[in-house]
Design a protein around this ligand. Structure first.
Ligand SMILES: [Ca+2]
Ligand SMILES: [Ca+2]
Ligand SMILES: [Ca+2]
Ligand SMILES: [Ca+2]
Length: 329
């Protein structure tokens, strides 16, 4: 469908055929020239660019990465020395070629290092953005299809982002979040620009500065989660608007507030447990994110694939002790 100007938006992957018609012909018969386009849905943690999320883990002690790549029938890709003690993964598509670029952020020095897919994974010169007290919160805030480095200071509720579309000029925001609130930047209003947002576990309150509304601070919901729940906001229904969601390891309980039903609540139990963490991503490549969990002790994954009726798919030995899952930003 035509959204505005020359922007087209489609709600699921597939093929679109554009066929010219002949003005002036009473029957508006099709002209010969036709052209087909593939409709794609951008996917996070997609290292090979086949539009399906890949399973990836990172070991902080030595900066080892292992990824099971969907485009090659889940062959294992491997790297070491990419990061290391103090570095956490903050992957995104920083160069905009649809392939996720392994990237790390140092918790105390604020050093960012990225290995860009378009440069053959050569190390980029390090940037120092953030440091102690700042959490990395990368996302595509300006909507140019490149991930923008960003940081959030929990003590003050201050945000800074370096926007790829404007030469990595820094922009700042304040008054969003504070002690007890974690960053959850996603595109909540569906304008293809990530919105700075926070989740406060104590009260289950979600607040966002919506890009489509002049970055006015909006309370998306309260009582959506609570102290035992971690956030796992993603677009679960495939309308390009992120759906607030939370996961409680005890009982493997999930709650989601789904945009296409006016933030109607859905929930599940026995989807996980105390040893499992939530790692939802779009593993099957349809438009909807799949709820998923990872257990470090066994390197096990369980994915409820939206494209096949949410029947769980299990993997094991993909990771293991010391390996944390790479979270999709
Ligand atoms: Ca890339
Ligand atoms: Ca960007
Ligand atoms: Ca937005
Ligand atoms: Ca949604």
């Amino acid at each position: 469908m035509l959204e505005s100007g020359n922007k087209l938006r489609f709600t699921k992957p597939g093929t679109v055929t554009v066929r010219a018609t002949q003005a002036g012909n009473a029957n508006w018969l099709s002209a010969i020239a036709t052209r087909t386009f593939d409709v794609i849905v951008r996917v996070k943690n997609d290292f090979d660019g086949d539009l399906k999320a890949d399973y990836a883990v990172y070991r902080e002690s030595d900066g080892t990465w292992n990824a099971w790549i969907s485009g090659g029938n889940y062959y294992m890709a491997f790297a070491s020395g990419w990061g290391g003690p103090g570095y956490v993964p903050v992957c995104g598509d920083y160069d905009g070629d649809l392939k996720t670029d392994p990237t790390v952020y140092h918790r105390t020095t604020g050093t960012w290092m990225t290995w860009l897919s378009t440069s053959g994974y050569a190390s980029m010169s390090a940037m120092n953005w953030g440091g102690a007290g700042w959490t990395a919160a990368p996302a595509d805030y300006d909507g140019d299809e490149k991930t923008d480095p960003a940081i959030y200071q929990e003590a003050t509720g201050t945000w800074q982002a370096w926007l790829s579309g404007s030469g990595y000029a820094v922009v700042m925001a304040s008054g969003l979040g504070g002690p007890g609130s974690v960053p959850v930047p996603e595109d909540y209003d569906g304008d293809f620009k990530a919105d700075p947002a926070v989740y406060e576990a104590a009260t289950g309150t979600w607040k966002a500065m919506l890009s489509g509304s002049g970055y006015a601070t909006t309370v998306l919901g309260a009582g959506w989660g609570g102290p035992a729940f971690t956030q796992v906001a993603r677009d679960y229904d495939g309308d390009y608007k992120a759906d607030p969601a939370v996961y409680r390891p005890e009982g493997g309980t999930w709650y989601g507030w789904i945009t296409t039903s006016g933030y109607g609540q859905v929930w599940c139990a026995d989807w996980g447990g105390p040893s499992w963490v939530a790692v939802s991503a779009n593993y099957d490549g349809d438009a909807r994110v799949d709820p998923a969990i990872y257990e470090q002790a066994t390197g096990s994954w369980r994915v409820w694939q939206s494209g096949s009726g949410y029947v769980p798919v299990d993997r094991t030995g993909w990771g293991g002790p010391g390996f944390l899952p790479v979270m999709p930003y």
